[in-house]
Design a protein around this ligand. Structure first.
Ligand SMILES: Nc1ncnc2c1ncn2[C@@H]1O[C@H](COP(=O)(O)OP(=O)(O)OP(=O)(O)O)[C@@H](O)[C@H]1O
Ligand SMILES: O=C(O)C1=C[C@@H](O)[C@@H](O)[C@H](O)C1
Ligand SMILES: [Mg+2]
Length: 169
């Protein structure tokens, strides 16, 4: 079985995905890291050198490659991945999907405590700009994220989220 985690930057896909994979004995794949390895460039470099449109094409190719490569895996998708091309349909056809629906205020808190420079869409933003960007982007993306098979809502601790997810699987 393939398990896909979708949601905004800071929603905990990488953190939760890694732990879930360990618990299930599945391979963990972080789509951003997979792209970085395939391309030999960081996500920030890809955005800077090739632009977002080209990145989204590479992201789709990587998604297809991951599905080809792994039958039993927990896959943390990139924050934007489900919202371009027909990626969300492809995800839903390829496994079970979970939307980590974390309130914007909490996303902003978490992101302010992390390294913004590795996230090219957020790099250099002030707290106010970050708030505005995250609110606007979430409202544009909700339609896609809500197509996930399951939703985990709220600011919940990773350990609790893990238990809930395992119950759904
Ligand atoms: N349940 C949680 N409660 C509190 N903080 C969390 C939780 N999950 C993750 N974090 C923290 O929030 C930050 C972002 O988490 P993470 O990198 O897992 O998000 P992501 O969804 O993979 O983001 P991106 O789309 O940018 O890769 C990290 O600093 C992480 O430690
Ligand atoms: O939300 C987004 O559009 C992104 C999220 C990250 O996972 C990376 O894929 C990249 O920084 C873009
Ligand atoms: Mg991540």
């Amino acid at each position: 079985m393939r398990i896909f985690l979708v949601g905004m930057m800071g929603s905990g896909k990488t953190t939760l995905g890694r732990q879930l994979a360990t618990q299930l004995g599945y391979t963990f794949v972080d789509l951003d890291e997979y792209i970085e390895r395939r391309e030999g460039k960081s996500i920030a470099q890809l955005f800077e050198q090739e632009g977002q449109e080209q990145f989204r094409l590479k992201e789709r190719q990587a998604l297809e490659a991951v599905v080809q490569e792994y039958d039993q895996a927990v896959i943390a998708t990139g924050g934007g991945a489900p919202c371009f091309l027909d990626n969300m349909q492809f995800i839903n056809r390829s496994g079970k999907s979970f939307f980590l629906d974390v309130p914007v205020e909490e996303l902003v808190n978490r992101l302010l405590n992390s390294d913004l420079s590795v996230r090219p869409l957020l790099a250099g933003k002030s707290t106010e700009e970050l708030n505005h960007f995250m609110t606007k982007t979430l409202s544009e993306r909700l339609w896609f994220y809500r197509q996930a098979h399951y939703t985990l809502s709220g600011n919940i601790q990773t350990s609790e989220a893990l238990l809930t997810l395992i119950n759904y699987i």
